[in-house]
Design a protein around this ligand. Sequence first.
Ligand code: FBP
Length: 550
Amino acid sequence: MTAISPLQKARLAYKPKLPVALRHGAAAAKLVEGKATESIADQEQIKKLFQTTYGSPQLTFDVGGNGEGKAVNVGVILSGGQAPGGHNVIAGIFDGVKSINPASRVFGFLKGPDGLVKNEYMELTFEIIDAYRNTGGFDMIGSGRTKLETEEQFETGRANCEKLGINALVVIGGDDSNTNACLLAEYYKKNNIPIQVAGCPKTIDGDLKNEYIETSFGFDTACRVYSELIGNIQRDANSAKKYWHFIKLMGRSASHIALECALQTQANICIISEEVAEKKMTLTGIVDYIAGIVAARAAKSCNFGVALIPEGLIEFVPEMKVLISELNDLLAKEEKTFAGLSKDEKIAFLSSHLGDGTAKTFNSLPQSIQLQLCMERDPHGNVQVSLIETEKLLSEMVAMKLKDMAAKGEYKGKFSTQHHFFGYEGRCAAPSNYDADYCYSLGFTAAALLGTGKTGYMSSVRNTTKDSDQWIAGGIPITMMMNMERRHGEDKPVIQKALVKLDGAPFLKFAEMRERWAIETDYVYPGPIQYFGPTEVCDLVTKTIELEQA
Ligand code: FBP
């Protein structure tokens, strides 16, 4: 990095906050062991699969450690999509292990889990770390979506770690990557291989959280970036008064991002996928709901508005879910034949090979969406929902519905639309103070966990809505977050994904307000993230965590 912006320069000097127990170094913290733990469900099956790591106690750090320890040589892996704050996790690990013993070394495996398997790495030095403090992105070492899951990968990884003298790995990733980190921890422990494994909760989607992991890092910053943009669009909509903006927001599965942005901006409409699934709403039902609000606003001469659509919605609409699942099987079975077909042939092939009901749903969709639904799956087998233009699908269907309503005299107004997709805009933003602090603390805590010799833990920093003096650092056994789920036709142990809870405080608040926000123009314009200035604008927490912890 040769040229850097004035803001980045100023941010390099920012000193992230740490929990009290870690302020004098990772080894200055005293380890407090809690009771043995159980997995959240399917205890017998999980116990069988994780014979050596299952049941480990919860850990917390308190002041009063002896202040030093043996050198820890760590390999760091960034896994999956970028999330603001990743560099600070690495900086926290680096400073943490150096505080345990200055002879400790940190290696960054390049381009994600692949780096471990292919032995592509770089040793991280003070100079490198200092250049990336408080910056967004994962470009220091890069990330990737390769799954670490086979014994062969584990063994190659072991050999590569041995060559470098690495005795600990930290996997910075989402639910799938941390599940695999736990499999790796178990494999090494079971086979007496002296490599510890720790995880850190990363994903802008916000769906890796539970009682002990308050949030995944990056969620705060990404939501602030999107909310700023939504606020700007709302102000434009309210100024020009001529467009309905359909905004799709990232979040592959859960709707936490959409919900948080709705709470921050008070947009007119926000669809929550989890509610759609719970109420078994059809695509037509969603369209009717949106069209109803458009018509009600039009009756007040407000032919404008903002609708937030979560990226993962399509997979929560019951008939689409069935269609996608049939498509997954069909595409896996007919991969070769399918690859050789033209666009039109692909559509004809699918509609003739799908079951009657699903073929009907498939045929009712615009061609662009039909093709988007059969694009390649990601390495975890997920449909790449970021490539499906749900916002356009819905706005087109709403336009048709409004035409019908107008013909029946139920709607009088103008419906002109603009479409947006906010995702990549926020994933590499410079971390907010919350994420800068949280990430650095997560990394430092991971270093402290490794210093104690523990394995199979996820770094945890709690009480983050309070002053950092009250933050609690510790480790949560990853097995504790697991249950068995059906994946690719097999029962697999996985960290339970945290979807939006319909009885949770954030959704209830939204549900209480949404009718008013739909009809009134009651917008909030959050503005850009503030890094310098009074604490009430710089040290905010998300509405989600604020309501959850209230
Ligand atoms: P992670 O779960 O790996 O953090 O990624 C989340 C995400 O940003 C989703 O919101 C989005 O659907 C997906 O990544 C996009 O993936 P890609 O970067 O491969 O396009």
